[in-house]
Design a protein around this ligand. Structure first.
Ligand code: DON
Length: 304
């Protein structure tokens, strides 16, 4: 039997001795206020058993992790027609890179880079009655937790410094790949990124991707076929120009955010979330990646 709690404790001991060379994201001023020394992990097995370590109950801004949840909602709403608006190829470029978007006529490489997620936000705006409220309810339903909220201060902080995302949205609009107004789409996008969750809540929300489309309470939200596609996109695109490195070191579909969170999963086996706010130069959590590498190596539980 795998001693999961012992393994999480060992990871904590090992990482507390590692020099944390990462830095917290400072291009969104509200995120720069977070202490870089947090470290939390939560593991949830498909059987419902839970194991935790460190700051696993502290909430943080999920940032780009939200892109998987918005993709899931958009895919649920409009199905395969989504792929006419956004591609499913890794970009091999940073999350906020723009030049490929122009070269490729306004079709973002994938839904997990910023431009792709902005197109997904546009789809949600066109297809939800009360977009912000309905999306938050979707995240709450997946997580079985009504305490999950937007952080308006973080959304506003990102809006006033969001020149790159305004550029992406305007470029998309110029190619006809944004149907709603730039300001409305970005307001939704900045809010989805501002959602506050802790590691345990993230393992709850992502249970659906480890369980062929059924959430913790065994309610179906997505078909197994759609979950297969979303997991493939996480594996190939979830870490931007470090997607290869994450597959090589960790070997799981997953998604990072510049708030320092990472969530990953082994289909039919477990979901795991880490939070360590200091980021490496690619914008992925420095210690979070190391924690997950240790975890899949020690347990021998990865997709490879
Ligand atoms: O749009 C942005 O730049 C942020 N709201 C999200 C970026 C992000 O989390 C990239 N992930 N590692």
């Amino acid at each position: 039997m795998v001693e999961y709690q012992d393994i999480l404790n060992e990871i904590h001991d090992t990482l507390s001795k590692v020099k944390n060379t990462g830095e917290v994201a400072n291009y969104i001023p509200e995120l720069a206020k977070v202490d870089k020394n947090h470290l939390g992990i939560h593991l949830q097995l498909i059987t419902g058993e839970n194991f935790a370590m460190g700051d696993s109950q502290e909430k943080f801004s999920i940032q780009s992790i939200s892109k998987v949840l918005s993709l899931a909602k958009a895919f649920q709403l409009i199905g395969t027609s989504l792929w006419g608006r956004v591609d499913v190829e890794p970009s091999g470029n940073p999350f906020n890179h723009l030049s490929l978007l122009e070269l490729e006529n306004g079709i973002p490489r994938n839904p997990l880079i910023n431009a792709g997620a902005i197109v997904i936000a546009d789809v949600l705006l066109s297809n939800l009655k009360n977009p912000k409220e309905d999306f938050l309810n979707f995240v709450r339903e997946l997580s079985h937790d009504d305490s999950i909220e937007y952080n308006n201060a973080i959304a506003e902080s990102e809006r006033v410094t969001g020149f790159n995302n305004y550029a992406a949205a305007n470029l998309l609009k110029s190619f006809g790949n944004l149907h709603n107004e730039v300001e409305d789409v970005l307001d939704f996008y900045f809010h989805q990124c501002s959602i506050m969750m802790n590691c345990q809540q993230l393992t709850n929300a992502f249970f659906v991707f480890a369980n062929k489309g059924k959430c913790l309470k065994n309610i179906r939200h997505l078909s197994a076929n759609k979950v297969k596609r979303i997991n493939a996109i996480m594996l190939t695109c979830g870490f931007y120009d470090e997607a290869g490195e994450f597959a090589f070191e960790v070997g799981l579909p997953g998604k990072s955010g510049v708030g320092g969170g990472i969530v990953a999963l082994l289909p039919h086996c477990y979901t795991i979330a880490t939070w360590a706010p200091a980021l490496n130069p690619q914008g992925n959590s420095y210690l979070g990646m190391k924690a997950l590498e240790h975890f899949t190596t020690k347990t021998d539980l990865s997709i490879f």
